[in-house]
Design a protein around this ligand. Sequence first.
Ligand code: CAA
Length: 258
Amino acid sequence: MFENISLEVANHIGVLTINRPKQLNALNKLTIQEANSALKELATDQSVGVVIITGVGDKAFVAGADIKEFADFSIAEGGALAQQGQALLFDLVAHFPKPIIAAVNGFALGGGLELAMSAHIRIASSNAKMGLPEVSLGVIPGYGGTQRLAELVGKGKANELIFTAGMISADEAYRCGLVNSVVEQDELMDTAKKMASKILRNSPMAIRSAIKAVNAGYTSGVNGYEVEIEEFAKCFGTPEFKEGTTAFLEKRKANFRE
Ligand code: CAA
């Protein structure tokens, strides 16, 4: 069905794998379109509660936007590339109504790191290498990297990484808050799935509200505290709130998925 990605759903977890191993999973137009379609399917699939995004193989998560595809672009085409990419994939991931975990299994460079940074949580394998090398190509990050890297690691460290075009190790990425944890490569998917299982025990509706409230604080012109109040209020009166609070009072585990 898809050419450049694969999609599997099991145990309420959707795994979207970028699958262009010969190009180190670089994101060309088709890959972005296919990832967009797959994510829309996962958003409406009631059986799915968490999504994991990873790259095929043990070398690369995603080595960036496809340089061969944009090397001849004009100013207008460059603008459209960034705008369409952000709308179709990166913003879709960041505002996805279900948690998305990036399992970073190798190089995450340029658009690859930008994809990982749009996800809600990042787990890296110990061999992963991360960076935004765009200025070495005479361009800047265009899939949200200048904004999301500064949000995650602070402006000074983001500037250093962007201006030097350097790569950092998984351990350094952990130390500066770019990834949530680092594990050996053969444990990466299990670790991501274990975290997904923990998330799956909780109220999908409350998690959707939490995603909105956290994101609101990083959206210019939006008051995150007000969005938190609105989303908090919306939870009351929902069946999931009833189930969660009743289960606590009855000293049993809440069951949100039946
Ligand atoms: N786009 C297109 N093709 C890519 C690619 C990319 N981003 N990254 C790797 N490839 C291709 C290579 O061209 C090569 O293909 P061929 O065999 O046909 O020549 C194949 O993948 C394997 O790559 P290498 O031979 O280079 O592998 P390596 O182990 O020597 O190096 C690497 C690995 C350090 C990741 C290196 O491939 C590299 O530097 N890649 C480019 C990274 C980069 O600059 N990314 C940013 C892209 S720009 C961007 O993302 C803009 C944006 O924000 C919107």
